[in-house]
Ligand binder design. Structure first.
Ligand code: ASP
Length: 326
């Protein structure tokens, strides 16, 4: 299933400069003839857009389609899309698609008009993984650069180089070499969310930074968001001058505290200052363990969309499951 992105991008004579997503899934498969030796493939062109234009509604539609294909007996699904939001879309699909077949999301960093495009190799690798029985029951996977990542851990860690994806907290689950798929680690599938009818809730993401005078954080509560994720300093801290606005907001909507560092997890019981993790928890903010801000925002959006009354509990159990509570 193709959604657009660099893997599908070419020069369009109607656009003055640069490439745009024009190729469909059938073009991508036709351009990678080795796929025929690996699997019998059916293609669906769903969207042709930059990944920053995708919405949660697009992903819910895609998830429904994937589930119906599993019901029809398809062994695995590959989704190709832009890499800019891939760490978010793959995690959303992880939470939206009930585990059954293998689900692999992939893309490319170099478009087909550049020397050394990585799209065909990534697509072939993604099909190989999707056709592997051992890749089922792992939730959504991300395959790029011959590495297999769990959607819950992966992040885009470089703006341009082909090896752009990494899983800082866990490393990849496996790799591809020649025609072999290697899975050296397994994760348990996560409990899924089923969106209710209607539009996706609006969840804001705010990153803490040095010297912020709190004028924007004070404004967020007046903008009608259904929830907020704060990427705090280090182990999950905010400036003391944020505390009043966040405490007030947390009485109305879920407010999550993540770490802006990109790895590790939010603390529980170490710092006692105003704006530290103990203070924020006492004021009703929810810690999200090792989920980063982007993934916490995906999780909160889907939790609110599925079961607004129990969103806080859903987030807490999901974030503990991702962190691998023993
Ligand atoms: N640079 C992006 C990509 O890798 C563009 C996008 O996300 O659509 O596909």
């Amino acid at each position: 299933m193709s959604l657009g992105g660099t893997i599908a991008a070419e020069r369009d004579p109607n656009v003055a400069r640069g490439v745009t997503a024009t190729l469909a899934a059938s073009d991508l498969v036709a351009g990678t003839p080795q796929i025929a030796e690996v699997a019998e493939v059916t293609t669906v062109a769903l969207r042709q857009m930059p990944s920053g234009d995708l919405t949660f509604e697009d992903l819910a539609e895609l998830a429904t389609l994937v589930s119906s294909l599993y019901d029809e007996g398809i062994d695995g699904v590959v989704v190709t899309q832009g890499t800019d939001t891939l760490e978010e879309t793959a995690f959303a699909l992880d939470l939206l698609v009930p585990t059954s077949g293998a689900l692999v999301v992939s893309g490319a960093m170099r478009n087909p008009t550049t020397p050394g495009p990585d799209g065909p190799a990534n697509l072939l690798g993604a099909v190989r993984v999707a056709a592997t029985a051992a890749a089922r029951d792992l939730g959504a996977l991300v395959v790029l650069g011959d590495e297999i990542h769990a959607a819950r851990f992966v992040t885009k860690a470089h703006a341009t180089r082909p090896h752009a994806f990494a899983s800082p907290n866990a490393g990849p689950l496996g790799w591809l070499v020649e025609d072999r798929v290697r899975l050296v680690t397994r994760v348990k599938p996560l409990v899924g969310f089923t969106p209710r009818p209607g539009p996706a809730p609006a969840v804001a993401l705010y990153r803490c930074s040095l010297g912020d005078d709190a004028r924007l954080i004070g404004e967020i509560g007046r903008l009608g968001y259904d929830g907020l994720v704060v990427e705090g300093f280090g182990g999950g801290h905010v400036p003391g001058r944020f505390v009043a606005a966040l405490s007030e907001l947390a009485t109305r909507v879920p407010v999550l505290i993540a770490s802006r560092t990109g790895a590790g997890e939010v603390l529980h019981d170490t710092y006692g200052f105003a704006g530290g993790e103990i203070d924020l928890a006492a004021r009703g903010l929810l810690r999200v363990a090792s989920l980063d801000g982007l993934k916490a925002r995906v999780a909160l959006t889907l939790a609110l969309w599925s079961d607004r009354d129990h969103a806080a509990q859903l987030i807490t159990s999901l974030s503990e499951a991702v962190a691998g509570e023993c």
